[in-house]
Design a protein around this ligand. Structure first.
Ligand code: FAD
Ligand code: EPU
Length: 336
């Protein structure tokens, strides 16, 4: 176990930003994590998973610790469920494929989301009609200051839309070391969202299976989202904003094409991609920072953009959306 000095983080973040870490080390278990924290004192370290939801805007003086805790094991079973525990450093999509291979149902709609298992509870990852919370059982996290492992059950995590207690009151306090999922023995298919059914039809699927649903989601995602290995990005840069129903009605009168989804409450969730596209940003490029031409919610790095270039573009986009629609966008990506 060795701390490396002055390491470029370019290979470690999907935006492909070339920031430097003064001290960098991977850890493969809790003991190693504990020892590394001893070596570098009490300053708040940056915990790195797959680097797929962060924008690095500066070189880092603090210790950067890359989670490489692996392992996927069945840790329990009841009449209807398998309880499966995965190390925080496991790749998320690899975990989903493992579930599909073993017939554990429930994770398939979350196929092909980049990043690690350990980061999945951070923003309660979601896609295609599901969120992490729907299959979450508990997690184990290491408290950096107290140096002890703490268990969090579902209610402790305060999961919300792209949100959890780890982004809020416990920000930078814990390292998530493993997550236990509660998966179904008999699948309960969720194929009403977006184009899943349409894609299953195009695939000529007659016998529905979790593998088929996973493949449909993968196909849709590949058609819309840029592959970080080709174009740097961190997925949706902003959250989809919610506005009160009355505000939505006024917006709809002024902008009849506006895209919004009522979630049964007094709020309507707006498609931020539509708002951004209407402001003329879709396909925009300034030097190497841009707004993806197939999905306006995704900001991209064509190669040489810095974190501050991307951040400046995001600020311009936020200002123009606020000016045109009176709606404040909030960044989803963690700005470091
Ligand atoms: P990182 O980027 O490494 O870290 C994110 C944050 O969590 C940082 O603040 C980091 O310090 C912290 N962190 C990481 N690991 C730990 C840990 N073990 N303990 C404590 N803190 C930690 N997200 C969705 O929700 N839905 C999508 O559909 C989706 N699609 C995407 C598509 C693309 C092409 C890309 C590039 C990203 C997409 N994302 C999506 C965002 C991203 O994949 C998820 O947020 C993912 O969970 C991030 O995992 P990571 O390991 O890369 O996190
Ligand atoms: N739209 C446009 N123009 C665009 C993009 C979108 O008009 O350029 C409109 C369209 O009407 C489209 C609607 O927005 O039907 C929704 O677009 P899409 O289905 O692509 O989903 P999204 O709302 O942009 C969200 C998540 C994604 C997740 C998908 C699928 C957020 C912030 N983003 O995107 O998550 O994969 O739904 O469930 O909630 C991420 O968090 O990084 C992410 C990629």
């Amino acid at each position: 176990m060795q701390i490396q000095e002055n390491i470029s983080l370019k290979p470690y973040n999907t935006f492909g930003i070339n920031a430097t870490a003064k001290h960098f080390a991977p850890f493969a278990d809790v003991d190693q994590l504990n020892q590394l924290l001893d070596l570098k004192g009490t300053g708040s370290p940056l915990i790195l998973g797959g680097g797929s939801n962060m924008l690095l805007t500066r070189d880092l003086d603090t210790l950067v610790l890359k989670n490489e805790i692996t392992g996927i094991t069945i840790t329990g079973e009841d009449e209807n469920h398998f309880y499966v525990t995965a190390g925080g450093g496991e790749n998320w999509h690899k975990f989903v494929l493992h579930c599909i291979d073993h017939g554990y149902a429930g994770a398939e709609n979350l196929s092909l989301i980049p990043g690690s298992v350990g980061a999945s509870p951070m923003q309660n990852i979601g896609a295609y009609g599901m969120e992490l919370k729907d299959i979450f059982y508990q997690l184990e996290a290491f408290h950096i200051a107290d140096r002890q492992l703490v268990h969090f059950k579902l209610n402790d995590c305060r999961f919300g839309y792209r949100d959890s207690v780890f982004k809020g009151k416990y920000k930078n306090q814990f390292v998530i070391t493993s997550v236990t999922f509660r998966l179904l023995k008999t699948p309960k298919f969720n194929i009403t969202y977006g184009a899943i059914q349409q894609e299953l039809n195009a695939m000529n699927i007659n016998d529905l299976s979790i593998r088929a649903v996973s493949q449909a989601v993968i196909n849709i995602r590949r058609s819309k989202l840029p592959d970080p290995n080709v174009i740097g990005n961190a997925g949706s840069f902003f959250k989809n904003p919610s506005v009160p129903t009355e505000q939505f009605e006024v917006l709809k009168r002024n902008f009849p094409g506006i895209v919004g989804f009522s979630n049964g409450s007094n709020y309507v969730k707006l498609a931020a991609g539509w708002l951004i596209e209407q402001c003329g940003w879709k396909g925009y490029r300034k030097d190497d920072a841009g707004c993806y031409d197939k999905q306006a919610l995704v900001l991209v790095n064509y190669g040489g953009a810095s974190g501050t270039d991307i951040l400046a573009l995001s600020t311009e986009i936020m200002h123009s959306v606020e000016k045109k629609f009176g709606v404040l966008l909030e960044r989803e990506v963690n700005i470091i």
